[in-house]
Structure formats: C-alpha cells, structure tokens
Design a protein around this ligand. Structure first.
Ligand SMILES: [Zn+2]
Length: 264
C-alpha cells in the first residue's frame, strides 16, 4: 500500500517479492527479527497478487497490511505491476529502481529462484530486482526515475525458495536464527486467509516448519531461514570472519560447518 508520507524515508533493509505473502513465507522470521534488533525494515510487493480464486485487490491489500503489523515492519508499498504476466522489462525496472532511489536501503533482500510448479512471476521478479538494483545507481537518466537522484545499493541478499527448481549451489549461503520469531512468521502467513484457508494453512504450516527446522538445525538453531549472496564472501582476516566481526560481538558466527551443540 502506497503511503506517500513514508515513501521518502530510508530503510536499513528492504525485502522485495512479486506477491503479497512471498516475503512472509521466505524471510518473514528474519524481517521480524531485524525489527526486534532495532533496524528499520521495509517491504515492496511488486504486484497485487490478484486475481486469485478467493481474493480481490482490496482483500489482499488488507491482508498485507495485517501481516506487516504482525511482523512489525515499518513500511510496506505495493508497486501494482501486473500479476501473472510480471516481466523483467525496462519499464518495470524504472518503477522498482525509483522506489530504491527513494528508500535508499543498505540491503535489498530479493526473492530468488525458479518455481516451475508455481507462478513464473517469481523468476521474473528475481531478474527484475537485480536489474533494478543496477539501474538505481545510473546517472543522466533521472527523468526515467521521476527525478530522483542516483543511489547505489551496497548489498543484495537472496531470499531462497524452498522449492527452487534447480536445487542451487548458491554462493555464500547463510542461515538466520529465527527461533524467537518463527511463530510470528506463521502468524503473518496466516493473515492471508484468501490464499490459505484452514486446511491449506495447516499444509503450509507443516511445510514451513519442516523447512525451518531443516535449515536451522544445520547451524544449531531450532528454526532458521536460508539466504544466499550473489558472490562469495571476501575477507582478509579468516579469524575475524569465522569467529565474528571484531568489536561487534564476542559470540562466534554459527557457520554451516559448525556442528550443533552436543545433546549430552
Ligand atoms: Zn508468490
């Protein structure tokens, strides 16, 4: 939902996906956790997600707003690009890049992956997010971005689909511990009653729980969400990377190759 009063503000982290409910399903626990940590978080839905059998644009907008409130995310915007036929084309890049220039995120979390048994919008959204990040920084094109100034987004992170077609070997994957926000994630997904009636929500809850346990347990967490980076992590200090950034935390990073704590 567009709120001009908040569009001009900046955010630390901006999560972008084609349909309302995509970010909740893939990274809702992480967004809720970021808010708890004090970061300013935004969500951009590229389309209304409509038409669907039991939804309307108004219902989906109300559900998205309810989910935003559950997650505690500060701002949410729908760009109203065309659902079902979303494409990575220049006109759509201009729209998303304009939002990037206004919100100036430090990190964009973009939904990524191919979903052959689900909407083709997901893969096109992935391409569109990458292209729009590139466009956001371009000079001498301000007229294509409603007069906004160029902005370079420092970091792009991929939120991965559990059912990505390619079972990718993503670069630099990492898992965020969402043990204390997993229930919030489920509550946010449950806001989309038009998409998940009681029976379907139980199936979704079952799948999301299994996936979060699987990813979390790889790093010793009760529940986790898997992310990836578009390039390998670089470091000049192996110890600092492995043990945690100097001066910011004494707690070690839970690396994927670190076994979970012993049970006894
Ligand atoms: Zn979707």
């Amino acid at each position: 939902m567009s709120n001009p009063a908040v569009e001009e503000t900046s955010v630390d982290v901006l999560a972008v996906a084609p349909h309302p409910d995509d970010v909740e399903i893939t990274c809702g626990g992480t967004l809720a956790k970021l808010v708890k940590l004090g970061y300013r978080v935004g969500i951009i839905d590229l389309t209304s997600g409509e038409p669907t059998p039991r939804g309307t644009p108004e219902i989906r907008a109300a559900e998205a707003e309810a989910a935003r409130a559950v997650l505690g995310v500060q701002v949410r915007l729908n760009l109203n690009l065309p659902n079902r036929v979303l494409m990575d084309v220049p006109e759509n890049r201009f729209v998303l890049a304009t939002a990037f220039r206004r919100w100036k995120p430090r990190i964009v979390i973009g939904l990524a992956g191919r979903t052959p048994a689900a909407s083709p919008d997901h893969h096109q959204g992935h391409l569109l997010i990458e292209a729009s990040r590139f466009y956001s920084q371009l000079t001498k094109w301000d007229d294509r971005f409603e007069g906004t100034l160029p902005y370079r987004i420092p970091f792009l992170v991929y939120a991965t689909f559990p059912f990505d077609a390619e079972v990718r070997h993503w670069h630099s994957t990492f898992v965020v511990d969402i043990s204390d926000t997993f229930e919030i994630k489920l509550k946010a997904v449950q806001c989309y009653e038009s998409q998940f009636d009681a029976t379907r929500f139980e199936r979704v809850r079952h799948g999301l729980t299994g996936h979060a346990i699987t990813q979390g347990s790889r790093c010793g967490f009760a529940y986790g969400e898997l992310f990836a980076l578009p390039s390998p992590v670089g470091t000049s200090d192996l110890v600092a990377l492995v043990c945690g950034a100097k001066g910011t935390s004494s707690a070690p990073v839970a690396l994927p190759n670190q076994p979970p704590p012993p049970l006894h």
